[in-house]
Write a protein that binds this ligand. Structure first.
Ligand code: GDP
Ligand code: MN
Length: 385
C-alpha cells in the first residue's frame, strides 16, 4: 500500500528522521484553526498518492492567514491526475539551500533493496537517471547483513557533502535503512532531502510503500485508512470474501488454487502450454461453499478471462463443499467461459459426483498439466482462444 506524504512522515518521525513541523487538515474549519496557530510562511501540500504534485500545482505557499485561507480554498477538492484532494498538509516553509535525493526501493532485477542517493534532488529520479547518470550513487542492500555506517558515509562522500551536513545525512540514511526493513517497505524515499540555509538536514517529502501483508506492523504507528475506491474493485471484493486475489493485467486464464505453491505451479504450467494467467487466487484453508463461490465469481469477472482452472486440494478443505460452491455459481451467473476442475482429497467422491452431475470437465487422478491441457481444449471449443 502506498502511504500519503503525511503518513510516511509519521513513520519517519517515529524512526528519528527529521521532518518539518506540520498539521493535516481535511476541512475549512480545521484550516482556520491551523491558520491561527501557524508560524508563517507556510507551505500547503495536497495529499494525493501520485507524485509530481509540485508541477501539477498541488503545492502552494502562504505568507499570512488570509493567503492561507485562499490557498486552502483553491486546493481543497481540486483534482490532480484523477485524484481528488481531500487532505492538505500545512507545514512550516523550509529555507531551502540544496535538494538531495535519498531512496531505497526493491529492485526487481536483482531482487534486492537498492539504495540510491543523489545531490540532484527535487526532480523525478527517473529524470536524474537519464540526464545525470553519473550523479546517482547506488548500493545494493543485503537484508541479512545491513550496511555498515562507514559504507553509507563512503557513498554520501561521493555526493560532495561534508562536515555537519554529512553527519546529519549519514544519520538520516541509517534511519531510512532501518525504516525500510522494520516496516517491510517496498519503497522508502525522500525527495527532496533538504539542506536548509542553516545547514540542517530535513526530509521535505516522503514516499513510502509498504508490503500489504506487513501492514499490521504499521498499525501500531497509525491507523492508515484507505477508501475502497483506491483498491482494484476485484481485489477489495476478494478482501471482503477473505481470499487473496491478485489481478495480473492482460491474461486469458483465471486461476483458483488450493494453496499458493499449487497456484504457482499451475501458473507455470499455464505458461508452458501457451496460456497467460489473468490472476492469482489462493483459496487458502477454510474454503466453505460460499467462499469458493465468491472466489469463482471474482475470477469470472476478471477482464479477459476465457477459461478458469480450479486446481483444488481437500486437505483442510472439503471437496464436497467446494464442488457445491462451484455449481452454485453455474446456476447463478451462467458463465460462458470454460471451466475445468482438478480436485482431490477429503470427501473427493462426493465432490466429484456433484461436478459430474453437471458435466463439468474434471481431472480426478491426473496432473496439473493434464488439467491445463484439458482447459485449453475446452477453451478452443468455446472459441475463446
Ligand atoms: P512532489 O512534487 O509531489 O514530489 O512534492 P514535494 O514535496 O517534493 O515538493 C516539490 C517541490 O516543492 C520541492 O522539490 C521543493 O522545491 C518545493 N517545496 C516543498 N516544500 C517546500 C518548503 O517547505 N519550502 C520551500 N522553499 N520549497 C518547498
Ligand atoms: Mn517529492
Amino acid at each position: 500500500m502506498k502511504l500519503y506524504e503525511f503518513e510516511g512522515k509519521t513513520i519517519f518521525r517515529e524512526m528519528n528522521i527529521p521532518v518539518p513541523k506540520g498539521k493535516v487538515i481535511s476541512s475549512l474549519d480545521e484550516a482556520k484553526e491551523a491558520a491561527a496557530e501557524a508560524v508563517y510562511p507556510v507551505v500547503v501540500k495536497s495529499q494525493v498518492l501520485r507524485g509530481g504534485r509540485g508541477k501539477a500545482g498541488g503545492i502552494k505557499f502562504a505568507e499570512n492567514e488570509d493567503e492561507l485561507g485562499r490557498v486552502v480554498n483553491e486546493l481543497m477538492g481540486m483534482v490532480i491526475s484523477g485524484e481528488k484532494i481531500e487532505k492538505l498538509l500545512i507545514e512550516e516553509k523550509l529555507k531551502i539551500s540544496r535538494e538531495f535525493y535519498m531512496g531505497i526501493t526493491l529492485d526487481p532485477k536483482s531482487s534486492l533493496p537498492l539504495l540510491i542517493i543523489s545531490a540532484q534532488g527535487g526532480m523525478d529520479i527517473e529524470h536524474v537517471a537519464k540526464e545525470y547518470p553519473h550523479q546517482l550513487f547506488k548500493m545494493y542492500l543485503d537484508p541479512l547483513k545491513k550496511p555498515r555506517q562507514y559504507e553509507m558515509i563512503d557513498l554520501l562522500l561521493k555526493t560532495g557533502v561534508k562536515g555537519k551536513v554529512l553527519v546529519q545525512m549519514s544519520r538520516v540514511l541509517h534511519n531510512l535503512t532501518e525504516c525500510y526493513f522494520k516496516f517491510n517497505a517496498m519503497t522508502t524515499e525522500i525527495n527532496p532531502l533538504v539542506i536548509c540555509e542553516d545547514d540542517t538536514v530535513i526530509a521535505a517529502d516522503s514516499k513510502v510503500e509498504i508490503d500489504d501483508l506487513a501492514l499490521f506492523r504499521i498499525k501500531a504507528v497509525s491507523n492508515f485508512e484507505r477508501k475502497e475506491e483506491l483498491l482494484d474493485p476485484l481485489e477489495s471484493e476478494a478482501k471482503v470474501a477473505g481470499v487473496s486475489y491478485v489481478g495480473m493485467g492482460k491474461g486469458n486464464i483465471g486461476l483458483i488454487s488450493g494453496g499458493a505453491g499449487l497456484g504457482m505451479a499451475s501458473m507455470d504450467m499455464i505458461s508452458v502450454h501457451g496460456g497467460v494467467s489473468a490472476n492469482f487466487l489462493d483459496l487458502g484453508g477454510g474454503a466453505t461453499t460460499e467462499k469458493t463461490a465468491q472466489a469463482l465469481k471474482i475470477v469470472l469477472k476478471t477482464p479477459g478471462v476465457k477459461g478458469v482452472l480450479l486446481n483444488l486440494f481437500g486437505g483442510i478443505n472439503n471437496c464436497e463443499h467446494m464442488a457445491k460452491g462451484i455449481t452454485s455459481v453455474l446456476d447463478e451467473v451462467k458463465p460462458n467461459q470454460a471451466i475445468v476442475v482438478k480436485m482431490r482429497g477429503h470427501s473427493q467422491d462426493e465432490g466429484w459426483a456433484i461436478l459430474e452431475s453437471r458435466n463439468i470437465p474434471l481431472i480426478k487422478h491426473g496432473t496439473t498439466e493434464e488439467a491445463v491441457v484439458l482447459l485449453m481444449r475446452e477453451m478452443e471449443k468455446e472459441g475463446g482462444m
